[in-house]
Design a binder for this molecule. Structure first.
Ligand SMILES: Cc1cc2nc3c(=O)[nH]c(=O)nc-3n(C[C@H](O)[C@H](O)[C@H](O)COP(=O)(O)O)c2cc1C
Length: 222
């Protein structure tokens, strides 16, 4: 590891309280836009961490599919997945999650904590219908996180589905697949600075019971 190129300087852009503003949803949306403008591959990718029934944590990348304005009651961050997957099973027992956006190229990171819940069926249907044809079939074909004897079996399943549902055909959303919404109670925005003397600004709900209320803003030491 010593031979790796070392990055001693994380730039000095940082972030002031003024730049952070008062709305973490708006700041997150702005940073995703910046990541897209910087040509970062999958600027909406985030690492979702869950805890299973035994208390074991696990992490994986998912894509942020929806980010609602913060003044909507129950506003949150939406992603789609398989409800019976490893993460789906974990979420069925523990709804508390961490979401981490790793924009190393921008020397930025956001960590969101909150509770994940399944969205209603109409929301899941809308996300499903927006998926490209192949991705809809893949959602049906894959029993995500389950072992399979070979790639060939998966390809055969896909071929059979392509025959059953040619392009343009209505495809019903499988029950095992749908959307989750994470209702956040904490956002941490991290912006790199020189000398590893970075900026960290945290937003927490001032009144935990008020889903549309003000946020308390705290600066953390790097
Ligand atoms: C860039 C990227 C985006 C991904 N997006 C999703 C996604 O939106 N939903 C999903 O279920 N898996 C997505 N995956 C796959 C997951 O990381 C993971 O392999 C899968 O969900 C199974 O996770 P689990 O076994 O922990 O449930 C993505 C992977 C990468 C690398």
């Amino acid at each position: 590891m010593e031979s790796l190129k070392r990055h001693t300087d994380y730039g000095n852009e940082g972030m002031t309280e003024e730049q952070a503003g008062h709305d973490p949803f708006a700041l997150l949306a702005a940073w995703i836009t910046d990541a897209e403008a910087a040509d970062i591959f999958e600027p909406n990718a985030m690492v979702l961490s869950t805890v299973d029934a035994d208390g074991a944590p696990s992490s994986r990348t998912v894509l942020l599919k929806g980010l609602e304005p913060s003044d909507i009651p129950g506003a949150g961050l939406e992603f789609v997945s398989n409800y019976l997957s490893q993460k789906g099973r974990a979420l069925a027992t523990h709804d508390r999650v961490s979401l981490l956006f790793p924009w190393y190229g921008l020397k930025r990171q956001v960590i969101v904590s909150g509770r994940a819940q399944r969205t209603d069926a109409i929301t899941s249907d809308a996300f499903f219908d927006r998926r490209p044809h192949g991705a809809r079939l893949a959602a049906i074909a894959s029993d995500q996180s389950e072992p399979i004897a070979s790639r060939d079996i998966l390809d055969e399943r896909m071929a059979a589905l392509e025959e059953q549902y040619p392009e343009g055909e209505q495809i019903p959303r499988p029950e095992k697949w749908g959307a989750y919404r994470v209702i956040p109670n904490r956002f941490e925005f991290w912006a790199g600075r020189s000398k590893r003397f970075h900026d960290r600004i945290v937003f927490t709900r001032t009144d935990e019971t008020d889903e549309t209320g003000d946020w308390t803003i705290t600066r953390l030491q790097p």
